[in-house]
Design a protein around this ligand. Sequence first.
Ligand code: PLP
Length: 437
Amino acid sequence: MCGVSWLPSSAISALRRGRVTSRFLIQSKDVALYRSVHSNASEHLKSILREEINNIKAAGTWKEERIITSSQSTLISVAGQNTKILNFCANNYLGLSNHPEVVHAAKTALEKYGAGLSSVRFICGTQSIHKELEKKIADFHCKEDTILYPSCFDANGGFFESVLTPKDAVLSDELNHASIIDGIRLCKAQKFRYKHRDMADLEENLKKVSDARLKVIATDGVFSMDGNVAPLPDICKLAQKYGALTFVDECHATGFFGKTGRGTEEFYGMMGAIDIITSTLGKAVGGAAGGYTTGPKELIDILRQRSRPYLFSNSMPPAVVGAAVKALDLLINDSSFTERIQKNTERFRSAMTKAGFTIAGENHPICPVMLGDAKLATIFAEQMLCRGIYVIGFSYPVVPKDKARIRVQISAAHTKDEIDKAVNAFVDIGKKLNVIK
Ligand SMILES: *Cc1c(COP(=O)(O)O)cnc(C)c1O
């Protein structure tokens, strides 16, 4: 019977009971034959992958996934742990991932609009709430129009090849997110990488492409490993001087960075200066999923016609759209969300700095506690978990060699007490491991 384990259980029990239908028998013989002929290729694949798996493990970069048994929150339950754990490593910047009003809005949308569209947007997958969310996002960023995608990865994947040709040029910060790098790979424009936040290098590259039809400078607004910010005022100056467009990925800024959460543009007091913004709804803005591109109307019109991750992938599920609409409403109408995350960030950064730690980045809720040594970062994070605090150590190749760190992410939902608890644990363990005195 083991050869038919791929059959549905109803069919297996029918076989066991002797009620064999010829249909099942024919299928199982065919499959057995197919597998006997074909097993070589499959074994070959497995042996190649096993070797790769072993190499990753030997390099110490294999990632295990921790299983969370509760909703995303500042306090989470984790499989195999009896007590709740204080979470300092989610992108749940505003605490909206499990906010009762967001969950309720998702349920309402689910009931009114159904589980999903079973269609892409342009065939029969556009509902009134998709249009409502697109309008809300455009207004939020002071842009003309917005196009939704299943994710920001798709928004970045779908921009460059839809717009740029070999006559055009794109200049990209060397530490940009993988999705920008992949998006640029897909297009036929001339490609240049400038040194991280290095304006002299960006300018050198801009000089090389003076003949290009369109020039696009592409950067993350906030870089997720360092919590540091792209120098948008200087980038815009160069963009103006060389007639280039600016493209900024705001995933680690939208909803919470800048006074009212409008992102890096607002942080620098230059709302509306950036030409094209992409961002996610899967971090601060509800945390479910979804991404978007927002900018000039003609750009959004063309993306709806040409952008492949939009044209050839299913519409965003109504419940996810409903959650994002509510999350945006909450953070726009109630300034306490952005105020709390800013206060919490200050509280953590100043207490940690005072205790002698080096925190990288620029007053952003991403707080990289710099430790240097990779092993130290791993041991430190493990001991934090023993104290009931969940933080992650990052080391090479994710960050440069000798720049290992623990990345702490602050949320508006953390209480003062929770922030203090994390600081106290850092101080105790930091002393024990000789990181601070
Ligand atoms: C998280 C992230 C993305 C991907 O967003 P998804 O919506 O999860 O696909 C893209 N760019 C940056 C900078 C990010 O941090």
